[in-house]
Design a protein around this ligand. Structure first.
Ligand SMILES: Cc1ncc(COP(=O)(O)O)c(C=O)c1O
Length: 380
């Protein structure tokens, strides 16, 4: 089966050369817009493409406001700060995620708590979240959710839409609302994915996208924070741009801000990429459907979009029978020029987070041993 899989992927991409996991595609106005920024000299953090890119992403995701940032990690950091996460707080997230989710929590000097994922979505499980909150927390008279184990406030929850597949975000928001916990959606991987017809990233108080080189659209490096809250958006813009008070010639900064700006050069790339996003999504869904048909008659289980959702199928994945099979599949495909990767090592198993509080993580542990990502570049 491994041999047939390699052949199938080579046929899909019409090549026997090395195949990376996810390559960007520049088929539109990228060079034109980038050259325009060079000709205008506005290559840095001021320029029309930054605003245009923000407006396009806000419109596409159905949110009122969008603030561009240097990358998805910085957008997550700021999103957490904006909902009040600091050193006295804890933040619930899933153990099965890219490191940036947990890192952003640490940048706020807060502690992560890891709650299990669902097997069907690969994202945070609302039922496990509810069970954790019921057992370990209480809501005090000021409506703070207090962790009875540590006496700290659980301020935020960061669910993540793994590989572009939406998690059960409406149920997660409902549980968090009952405990006065702000939801920051890590939608870094899910631009173009919808849950019950609503775009991912638009359910929580703040949502975050990434435009890293491997994402469905890229600006080289870049991120975006989206929200419907005007005050929050204004503050996001302010602190991601060094907290400078507007003034015609003086430099006044009213708090410690960050230089998390996206450059106009990068935003030019982003605008051109956004113009092709609907095409990329269609192509990704076509590719996923071909994989689904191919893997139907195999002992590898192709991961399909969960119920009630429309996924961008950013990164395709299969589930192997066990860790041994996973390892031999990884070895065979990589030895034969097809780049495949195991899913992330669980956050709570990394040195930095090994002392973090966790609940029962059966699903995450099961998936960690079995999930492998396979070729997912847009087939042109
Ligand atoms: C789930 C998740 N969160 C956050 C990030 C961080 O984004 P960036 O690489 O743009 O900092 C990424 C991707 O890179 C991601 O996959």
């Amino acid at each position: 089966m491994y041999e047939e899989t390699v052949k199938f992927i080579q046929d899909l991409y019409q090549t026997k050369e090395f195949l990376p996991l996810h390559e960007p595609r520049f088929i539109g106005n990228e060079k034109k817009y980038v050259n325009e920024t060079i000709d205008s000299t506005f290559v840095s953090s001021v320029g029309k493409f930054v605003t245009e890119f923000e407006e396009m992403v806000a419109k596409f995701s159905g949110t009122k406001y969008a603030v561009a940032t240097s990358n998805g990690t910085s957008a997550l950091h700021i999103a957490l700060k904006l909902v009040g996460v600091d050193k006295n707080c804890e933040v619930i997230t899933q153990p099965l995620t890219f490191i940036a989710t947990a890192n952003a929590i640490s940048y706020c000097n807060a502690k992560p708590i890891f709650v299990d994922v669902d097997r069907d979505t690969l994202g945070l499980s609302p039922s496990k979240l509810k069970a954790f909150l019921e057992e370990f927390t209480t809501v005090d008279k000021d409506r703070n959710c207090i962790n009875k184990t540590t006496n700290k406030i659980i301020k935020a929850c960061v669910p993540m839409h793994t590989f572009g597949h939406p998690c059960k975000i409406d149920a997660i928001v409902e549980v968090c609302d009952a405990y006065n916990i702000s939801v920051v959606e890590d939608a870094a991987e899910s631009l173009g994915s919808y849950y019950k017809g609503k775009h991912t990233g638009s359910f929580g108080k703040v949502g975050v996208f990434s435009f890293n080189g491997n994402k469905i659209i890229t600006t080289g490096g870049g991120g975006m924070l989206v929200t419907d809250d005007e005050a929050l958006a204004k503050r996001a813009k302010h602190i991601t741009t060094t907290a400078k008070v507007p003034h015609p010639y003086e430099y006044i900064h009213d708090e410690i801000g960050y230089n998390y700006r996206l450059t106009n050069l990068a935003a030019a790339l982003g605008v051109a990429q956004m113009e092709n996003l609907p095409l990329f999504i269609d192509k990704q869904r076509e590719l996923a459907s071909k994989y689904e048909t191919f893997f139907k008659n195999s002992n590898l289980d192709f991961i399909k979009e969960p119920k009630d959702s429309k996924s961008n199928y950013w990164l395709n994945a299969v589930i192997l029978k066990n860790k041994e099979e996973r390892d031999s599949f990884l070895k065979y495909t990589n030895d034969n020029g097809i780049m495949t990767r195991s899913i992330w090592r669980l956050m709570n198993r990394l040195d930095m987070f090994k002392d973090a509080q966790t609940a029962n993580l059966d699903n995450a542990l099961w998936l960690e041993d079995r999930v492998v990502n396979i070729s997912s570049s847009v087939v042109m």
